[in-house]
Write a protein that binds this ligand. Structure first.
Ligand code: NAI
Ligand code: MG
Length: 350
């Protein structure tokens, strides 16, 4: 078997954490007898520097031709300044990539490693057992609605069609059916028209999944529930912006943002994009302190979803669990293990 992975290192710590994940991929593919082909493409700020645009056509083509895409992170203060003067933003490349590849469902698992109960800012008895899959809608809603930007007035809009809600609902219901059978749909239906449609469509789709128990929760209440009773949720499905915010909150609840992976999926024949949920962390870029685990776990998701290599994916997840159980602590978890230390320990566990 062979697997081709397009690597988009991006900016800041992106190249550091993707390099670690590629080494892990090489190791598990070797163990599995799979021939792995990887090629890096310019993306984000790094692509703006060389080509003037954050998603060059050749990069997009390479992503579409691969079995899966592994992405680091994009952005940085130097690009913010240039953007104010009219240059493109690295983050525009991310939105364009998701839209061009039709990646409408962003899966963000947040599971508390039993060995990290003490690392949560919450009390152990509250956080124990937390294992949530956030399914964030990724190509609609507030991030893709019409906008107008002026100095005196600005406007953002939050549009959704039934079809857009339906397809992400299917992803979430199927995930819930394969897990503990509970789905929590998060919206703001007491205020937003788009949320009232969201709620109606979720209820319609639920007719096809009688074995899944559905609850609707308002997003402001959900922000509270995630810190008061996180262990009571299974799958959470929500709008683009709500999902962005709630999944960052949740990543902190289960330990640290440096641990959290994600998979962005589209139609069955489209390659997915796999990336940690953190950004380019310019404050620690180049220091060797970045935690590569979020990217390494994203590579595991790539093997699972893009290659059907469940055993290989599980072996990476087990190796991460092992090194944490043995006491390895990256900087973002209050320890002193740098990118290289963490990578070497995981390779050894594999
Ligand atoms: P960030 O996630 O880059 O960093 C937030 C904090 O977490 C920082 O203190 C950082 O040092 C720490 N952190 C993040 N990842 C870490 C890791 N792997 N190991 C150890 N510590 C880690 O978010 P921030 O600072 O708001 O954004 C920085 C840049 O990243 C901005 O330009 C932003 O637009 C961009 N960004 C890009 C994303 C992406 O490419 N998907 C997502 C979020 C932000
Ligand atoms: Mg975010």
């Amino acid at each position: 078997m062979s697997l081709s992975v397009c690597i988009l290192p991006g900016d800041g710590i992106g190249p550091e954490v993707t390099a670690s994940a590629v080494r892990v991929l090489q190791q598990v593919c070797e163990n599995a007898g799979t021939s792995l082909e990887t090629a890096s493409q310019p993306f984000g700020g790094a692509a703006i520097d060389t080509t003037g645009e954050p998603l060059p056509p050749a990069t997009l083509e390479a992503c579409k031709a691969a079995d899966g895409v592994l992405l680091g992170a994009v952005g940085g203060p130097q690009y913010d300044a240039a953007a104010r003067a009219g240059a493109p933003r690295p983050e525009q490349g991310l939105l364009a990539l998701r839209q061009e590849m039709g990646l409408f469902a962003n899966l963000r698992p947040s599971r508390l490693f039993p060995t990290l109960e003490g690392a949560s800012p919450l009390r152990e008895k509250i956080v124990r057992g937390t294992d949530i899959l956030v399914v964030r809608e990724l190509t609609g809603g507030l991030y893709f609605g019409d906008r107008r930007e002026g100095d005196e007035e600005a406007l953002d809009t939050l549009p959704y069609s039934r079809a857009e809600i339906e397809r992400v609902a299917w992803t979430a219901f199927e995930a819930a059916r394969g897990r503990r059978g509970k789905l929590c749909s998060v919206d703001k239906a007491n205020v937003l028209a788009s949320s009232r449609l969201w709620r109606k469509v979720i209820d319609d789709v639920s007719a096809d999944f009688p074995e899944v128990e559905v609850k609707h929760v308002l997003v402001d209440a959900m922000a509270m529930h995630l810190v008061t009773r996180p262990s009571s949720f299974d799958v959470v499905v929500t709008e683009n912006l709500f999902g962005d915010i709630l999944s960052d909150e949740l990543s902190a609840v289960v330990g640290s943002i440096g641990l959290a992976p994600s998979a962005s999926l589209g139609a069955p024949d489209t390659p997915g994009v796999f990336e940690p949920i953190h950004g380019s962390a310019p404050d620690i870029a180049g220091t060797g302190k970045a935690n590569p685990i979020g990217t390494i776990l994203s590579a595991a998701m790539l093997l699972r979803f893009a290659a059907g290599m469940e055993d290989a994916a599980k072996s990476i997840e087990d190796a991460v669990e092992t090194v944490l159980r043995e006491g390895l602590r990256p900087f973002d978890l209050g320890g002193t293990a740098g990118t290289e230390d963490v990578t070497a320990a995981i390779l050894k566990a594999l």
